[in-house]
Design a binder for this molecule. Sequence first.
Ligand code: FUC
Length: 879
Amino acid sequence: MKKTFVILLAAIFTCSCSSAVQNPGLIADGPGKVLRLWYDEPAPDSDAGWENRSIPMGNGYMGVNVFGGTATERIQITENSLYSSTEGSGFRRGGLNNFAEVYLDFGHNNTSNYERDLNLNEGVSHVKYEHDGVAYSREYFTSYPDKVMAIRLSASKAGALSFTLRPTIPFLGSGKSGTVVAKGDTITLAGVMSYFNIQFEGQFKVIPSGGTMKAANNTISVSDADSTVILIAVGTNYQFDPKVFLTEKNAEKLAGFPHPHAKVSGYLADAAAKPYEKLLANHKADYTELYDRVNLDLGAAEPAMTTDELVDAYPAGPSSRYLEVLAFQFGRYMLICSSRNGTLPPNLQGIWNVYKDPPWASQYLHDTNLQMAYAPVFSTNMPELFDCYVRYFNAYVPLQEVHATQYIKQFNPSQVDPDGDNGWAGPFWSNPYTVPGRSIVAGFGTGSWIAQMFWDYYDYTRDKSLLAEKLYPVMYEQANFVSRFVQDIDGALLAKPSSSPEQKLRDTVGTTFDQQMFYENHHNTLTAANILGRSDSRLATYKTQLPLLDPIQIGKSGQIKEFRQEEYYCDASKALDPAHRHNSMLLGLYPGQLINNTTPAWLDAAKVCLTKRTHKSGIGWSRAEKISMWARVHDGEEAYSYYKELLGGNYMHNLFNDHRGGQLFQADANYGATAGVAEMFLQSQDQVVAPLTAIPAAWSDGSYRGLLARGNFEVSAQWTNGHASRLEVLSKSGGTLELRYPNVAKAVIKTSTGQKADFTAKGSDQVRIETAKGQTYVVTDIPVCIPVTAPSNLMIVKDVKNQIELSWTGSADAASYNLYRAVGNAPAYERIASDIAGTNFVYKAPNLEQIDQMTLKVTAVRADGRQSYEGATVIRLLP
Ligand code: FUC
C-alpha cells in the first residue's frame, strides 16, 4: 500500500528543485516532499483578508502579500525601514508603515477553475484560472540575489492578455508624501516620510511580449499581449550606520545618505538585463540551497483539500500530519523571506505589514519576540541568516555602549569605567532608528539573551574566525556590562534593579531571568575565550563572578523560582499571573543550556514550573515556546499538545500566527513553532547529540534529514514505531561526537563508505566517536529499547527525628527501586538507597533535621538493570 502511494506521488509531483547531492544509501527525502499552501479563491480585499488569506513572500529587501484577485489583483509591499514616529502610546502608535499597494486590473469577473498556491519547495507562488475560454496564469517570486520581485503573466491564447498596472502609496498625508509617475515602461513611486526623513522609492517595470503598452499618469496599460513580465524593486535611504542611532534629532538620522533612486534603478536595470528564466533560476538556486538542507517526512501525502480547509479541519482532520510538516517548513520559509544579510532583521510582523499603525509598531522586542524569530536559525540549518541580525546589532551597539555607561553610573557608580569601557547594555525594544532608554518591563538580561544567539552561532557552526571577529567581542562586552552592573547582596552577585519580562512585579532584585541570562553569557564568554586562547583583561573578573551569579533557586513547590522572594510557586506578589505567557525562569532550559541532562534535579524543577504554568495562555508565541521547553524535559506528548493547540488555535488560513485569537498577526510563533518541532527531533544543549528526544506517539513513523546540532553535526534520522532504524551524523567540522540514543552502544556504527567506526561506549545509551571532518557516521541495528515505567505518587508518610517514611505507587516493570535526593538548589541527585524491594522505605540519616529543603525521587529498576528515565518526586520541607 505504502509503496503504491510513493510511486503515485513521485509520478504526480515532479519536483524541479535542486536537492543537495547525497551519498547513496543515506536518508533521502521522503514522499512528503512537495509542500504547498493552496486555495480555490482569492484572498478577500480587506485587512482581514490580508492577515488571514494573502500569501506572504519576501527576499529580505521587501515583504510582499499577494491576494490573487482576478478582477483586480492586489499586491501589498512592505519595506522594513519605512518607519514613522512611535511617540504615541498604546498598542497602535505608528512605527512600520505600509510601503505600497499595487493593483493589477484585469476585469476578469466570471472565472472558473481558480487556484492559487505557494510552493514552499521553490519559494514560488501561482495564480491560475479560466476566463472567457482563456487559461490565465501568473507566477510570482521575490529574489534575494537579484533584489527584485518578478511576476510573469501568461495566457493560453496569443494576444489575450490585457491589464492595467496601478501602484499606489497608502496612507498619504500625516507625515507621508509622495507621487506615482508612469513613463515609458516604468512606474516610479517615490516620496518622503518626514519623521525620520526617510526617502523611499519603488519602481515597476513592465516587459510585455506582443501587444501594446501605454503609460498614462500613474498607470501602465498592456493590451493584447501574449505574456508580460513585471519587475519590482524598492528601497529607502536607510543605511546600517551607528550614526543613525547616535544622532538624536530624528529628522537628521539619515542625513547625507543618498536618495534610493540610483540604487533602485540599478536593481531594476540589472534584473531587466536578465531573461525571466534566468531570474527564476537564480532565485531557486539561492532559495533551495537554504530550504533543501532540511527535510521532514511524517508519512503524509498532499491532501485533496485546500489549505484553509486543512487548517479548519485540524486537529481532527485526516491529513493533519501534512499540516504539521507544512507549518514546520513554513517557519523556515518565513525566515528565509525575512532575514537576509544586508537587510533589516524580522520584526514582530517579520517583514509583512499592511497597516499605518501596526501592532506594537512592528518593533524589535528583545524580551522574547526577537529571540524567537531566530530560534530556528541554527537548529534548522540556516546559520548564515543570522548575519542579518549581526549587521543590525553592529549599527545599534554604539548607542548601547553609551547607555551602558549611563546605567552603571546610575545603578552601580563605584564600578563605572571613567573612559566609557562599560560594555553594552541590552535593549528592551528597538527599531531601525532608535533604542530607547531602559524599560522596567524587562531586566538587563535581554542583552545576555542577545549575546547567547552570538554564542550559538559559533557553537552550531564551529567557525573560529567568525567567533574571533564577530561573536566573541559581543559576548565579552556584554559580560563587561554585567560584571559592573551586578551587586554583592548577601554573598551573591545580583541584578538590581531587575524585572522578569512583562510580569507585574517590577524593579526587584536578582530575578531568575537576569541571573540565568547573565550566568549563561559569562559562562559562554569564558568558554569562547578558552577556545580562542584569549587573555583579555576582564576575563579573570568574569571567572570569579561566575559561581556567584546564582542562576537557579528551587522553591518550596519544587519549582525554579522566578523571583528570589518567591517561596511557593508564583507567590512573590498577588499581582503575578501564575499562567503568565512568559516563562522567563526557564530560559536556562530553553533556549539556554544551563538546565540539561547533567542537571536532572533542575530538569524536574523545570517540569514543575511548566506544569504549574498550565495550558491557559492562548498567546501564540507562548505556546511555541512551550513546545521547545517540554521537548527539553523530554516530554514529546506535552510538546506535541502545544503544537496542536498552536496549529488549531492560532494558525490562520495562510498559516500566519494569530497572536491571541482575534486576528492579530505576529510572526514570532511561526518561527518559534519550527524551532519547537526541531527540538522534538534533535537536541544538543549539553553538547551531546541526542536525536528523537521527544517524539510523540502520533509521529511514530517518519524521517528527517539535515537538522543541525551543536558541534556542527548535521543529523538525519529514520524511525518506525517510535524506534530509530537509522541515524546519520555528518561531521562538518570534525571533533568529538557524543551521541545519545537508547541502546546506541549496542548498535552497528559505520562510516558512509561502510567501514566500522571506532567508538567508546558510556553505558548503553551513549557513544563517543572521534570524527573526521566530512565523514558521515551511520548507526543501524539499534536494539529496541522498551522504556521502564516509572513509579508514581511518592509521598512522605511520616517525618520525625531524622527519619523520613516514604511510600509510592509501584511500577509493574520494577524489580527494585532507587531512592535519590537533591538538597536545596542542587542541580543533580545523589543516590541514598538502591535495591529497595517494596514500595515504601524509611530514610534515616543523622542530619536530616538540619536540611531545610530537599527533593526526594524514586525510580524503578527492571530486572535487566535498566532504570526508568522518569521518577516520582516529592519536596521535603522541614516539618
Ligand atoms: C511582548 C509579549 C506580548 C507580545 C508583545 C509584542 O510584550 O509579552 O505577548 O508578543 O511582546
